[in-house]
Design a protein. Sequence first.
Lengths: 426, 386
Amino acid sequence: MTMATVSSGIAHLEPESVARIGQDLQARVKTELDEVEFDVAPKDYRALCERVFAAGFDYPRCLSGSDMEYGLRVTLHLQQMQSGRKITIRTDLPYEEGHIAHIPTVCDLWGGVEWHEREAFDLVGIYFTGHPDHRRILLEDEWTIHPLQRKYSTRGYEIPTWASKPFPSPSPSEDGFMPFGVASTPIPIRVPVAPVAAAPAAEAAKVVEVAQVAAPAAPPAAVAAPVAPAAEAPKSSKVKRWNPGGAATEPSSEAAPVQAVAAPVAPAATPAEGDAPKSPKIKRWNPGGAAAESAAEVAPQAAVSSPVVEAPVAETPAPVAAAPVTETKRDDYNIIEGIGPRRSEALYTAGHTTFAQLAKLDKATLEGIMTAAGVALEPGIESWPEQAALLEKGDMAAFEAYTVALKGGKLDKPKSSKIKRWDPKG
Amino acid sequence: MAATANPANAVLNPTSLERVEGRSDEMLINLGPQHPATHGVLKIVLGVDGERITRATPHIGFLHRNHEKLEEVRTYQMCIPYTDRMDYVSGMQNELPLCLAIEEMLGIDVPERSKYIRTILFELSRVASHLVWLGTYMLDLGAITPFLYAFRDRELILDIIERTAGARLLPNYFTFGGIRRDHHPRMMDDILEFLDFFEHKLPEYEALTIDAPVFQARTVGVGVLDPQMAINHGVSGPNLRGSGIPRDLRKDDPYDAYPYLDFEVCVELGCDAYSRSRARFREFYESIKIMRQAIAQYPKTGPILPKLPRLKPAAGTERYRAAEISRGELGVYLIADGTEKPFRSKHRSPSFCTLQAMEDMLVGSKFSDAIAVIGSIDIVLGEVDR
């Protein structure tokens, strides 16, 4: 058989006409030489694939599933055998209950993606509805986890929440379209530790923000503003030891007293100070980073708009916002220098759940609790009540200044003036 | 679609060995995973009705190591040795797609000299890989002598690779921007010497193997994979070219020194096991042609590595890049997060895709042809399971 019988006589498609394939779908197109890229909403994924198939893209090169930390992504690489034209279709699926996602299968169009879809299910946790043979392909059938999800370490254990990084918030494009259509039910997956009451509000604001971005009619300032606090808030509470932005933290929070409520938010506002050096530590991909800078430009607006975005918090049924209100108040002791998950658990079991309670304890009591729980004692235990007292007051600036000087909970005295220690603050 | 092409699949869970209603004489035969003819640990559950194969379900994953997860916690540079271990028959070829992807992401210009050396070694690996196929396929079909010849010649290639890269099977030689170190001073002479020897032997092998009447009787009209099906299943490489599709990434998506070299895409129109074998055998001649040209043209002196930037592709960038290895299109899909480690790296391996078409090739043919079909698509299980 010759080539003529293979190709079905499809006209040579120009990139522009290929791009027009998805015109009335919720899709974003990028054309580059002879390659066309589509970012499509999950609801239109199947429809777009059918059109692309009908347009003669008959060769499946690759289908990859990947965990993007804000959802799961399906990427489909196709080629038109006759012309050699390539096309990429991407869709980002929000997490569903159990860290998985569903998407219609396309293996009835391209038989070659059948095993790729099984692999994406097996390793990443994407379920392809309508797949004829939806079994695990590489791992055993009894396997319970999807190991290529980012929450698992290479050893297969789940990385605990307190050790995981804040996930990047997806960046809205200039046309306000999100590649994944989280229009109706945004599902927050990772609950960041909340040092003070402002943090849940920031998280809730983020939920609201996601919903707003999905609606293109929302004013851009209100959309962009809360992105920065939400993306940075958990980070600032985590970075204790070495915080180059810390110097800038205090002046900025003083300069903008409106934002003092959201104390951990302050580092995000550092670009507002002008040429504040960007933290070299924060290298992880943060698609919201661009938005953070634009947020700094409209900082006063952000302050103004924050009550606006806080307003729907009460109605939002997000578990994050609801948790501190409904349950017994339980402060996160992990923030305290020297306390980790085991020690905080020991304190919770001993009946101490708030910073106020911890602030009242003395060294002997604490040691008693730790010994009873079988946790090793370490020097510096006496600094916990002091830290807790600062946290109770909500004085984050003082707390950070205090903990910077601590090492494992112990006040770190300079050993010798001869050994010059590197001061990150200069 | 493989699973619905065969009605038996609709009623059967392919894992179970239960009988099908109304087909009392169907027998299930478990071929593999420890069978020499499966070329590794591949298990195929074959349903046979008398002599006819009614269904065939490949089971893979016995060699799964999840390189993709391991690569997520390693730098790009540290990922290269992992790619070697995917297709251990032609380890050097596996390194190239990753190198190409990073070079394109970061805009690294590979020096001319490295391009040629990579091309020469790429083709040398192709010969080494096809020799394994030739030897083992003939062994599957009952001919022992070609196996000895093929491995004798492959040994010479491995010696050349060892002298240059330091390892025989897992060389870890290509790198981002070129090659890791300069080749052995005598490498080109060795290769030319080998090519003279091999070219002299090839007609003999051809007469002994694919021109032999017994071989043709076993393979002509066996394991037919029609072109539509081959395209739809994402089959690539000599298997696709054996079905009449002239697709070769060395021509379509040229990389390294291939644009400067003159060679032919070996297409056969028979769509059966014989055509696939013939397409693969003709690539011996093409590879020799490519290597001779490249050795004549390549710059004898010059840099092998450019000044490299930090190997940190910008956050959010992604790239799919593929190269034509012995078995077809080996692609790598990278998503970068701005660090020196890949956020996600997925390998599209040609054998994995080709194996999906196995059921369509096998169903309807005689049971004794199953081995002839499995051998003709030249799979390496290390690459299927990754």
